[in-house]
Design a binder for this molecule. Structure first.
Ligand SMILES: C[S@@+](CC[C@H](N)C(=O)[O-])C[C@H]1O[C@@H](n2cnc3c(N)ncnc32)[C@H](O)[C@@H]1O
Length: 262
């Protein structure tokens, strides 16, 4: 089980991380569109630093963001304040497996692979139960995950990757690195992330961070959604809403609706 505040050590580099991940240029527009068309309260689980929620708020949509990391939430609060939309962004510090919303939601979203932070079927089931129980009748649940590519994993395992180059708060060159390791039996990815803040003499101040993510095959995801009482309205293969193609799609983008329980 991962701790809900596992992202605390990432808060200072999270926006740099996002900027170096091409998928974030595609997923933000998709979610903002979903938030704007929802007919009632919108909730983002794993709101992070608010890159999607604050953009939706800037377009007039109130969003409740749930996250277990106090440091990510603090950055989200700062972002909402800086954008002048603090009144439209309500933040709840809670675990995705045990959160309570202020009111039933018309839409609950989990963007950007965050579903993978739920490392076991039991974790995922607990989250799906919370989502199902707190959606208003007819409410939708929308989320995405990547599709695990074994060939890509074999090529990249253990290979350090320079993700971004920036400056830290003291003006030093900052290098952001990452390296993945794979546990195929448990379907876990261990992501080692480190930063080097480079001094004028070339020596570096290095900091490590660790993250565990789980990959889930689309068929398994469908079975868990079915078991939790969700009806799948669409499975897209990317954020432009193209149909999911087994063996070709790099993403699984799920649009679901909670079936009523009687
Ligand atoms: C990849 S970030 C996504 C942030 C934002 N949605 C975005 O798209 O930029 C995942 C977020 O989920 C939160 N998170 C992960 N596991 C969690 C858990 N079990 N409970 C609460 N929050 C969790 C992390 O703290 C982090 O802020």
């Amino acid at each position: 089980m991962t701790r809900p505040d596992a992202y605390d050590p990432f808060a200072d580099v999270y926006d740099l991380w996002v900027a170096s991940a091409p998928v974030t240029r595609r997923n933000a527009g998709f979610y903002v569109e979903e938030y704007l068309k929802a007919r009632g309260p919108v909730v983002e689980l794993g709101v992070g630093t608010g890159r999607i929620a604050v953009e939706a708020a800037q377009r007039g949509r109130a969003v409740t963001g749930v996250d277990g990391s106090p440091r990510m939430l603090e950055r989200c609060r700062e972002r909402a304040r800086a954008a002048g939309v603090e009144a439209l962004v309500t933040l709840v510090e809670a675990d995705l497996r045990a959160f309570t919303l202020p009111e039933p939601a018309a839409l609950i979203a989990i963007p950007f692979h965050t579903i993978g932070a739920l490392l076991t079927d039991d974790d995922l089931r607990a989250c799906l139960r919370q989502v199902h129980g707190q959606l208003a009748p007819g409410g939708r649940f929308v989320f995405d995950h990547f599709v695990f590519d074994p060939a890509l994993a074999a090529r990249s395992e253990g290979v350090p990757q320079l993700r971004a180059e920036a400056r830290d708060a003291q003006g030093r060159p900052l290098l952001l690195w990452k390296c993945d390791r794979f546990d195929h039996e448990r379907r876990h990815i261990r992501i080692v992330v480190w930063t080097d803040a480079v001094e004028p003499d070339g020596r570096a101040d290095r900091r490590y961070r660790f993250l565990d993510l789980r990959w889930i095959e689309p068929d398994r995801m469908r079975a868990l959604l079915d078991e939790a009482g969700f009806e799948v309205e669409a499975l897209h293969g990317d954020f432009d809403r193209r149909p999911f193609e087994p063996g070709a799609s790099t993403h699984q983008v799920w649009v679901t609706r909670a079936l009523r329980t009687f």
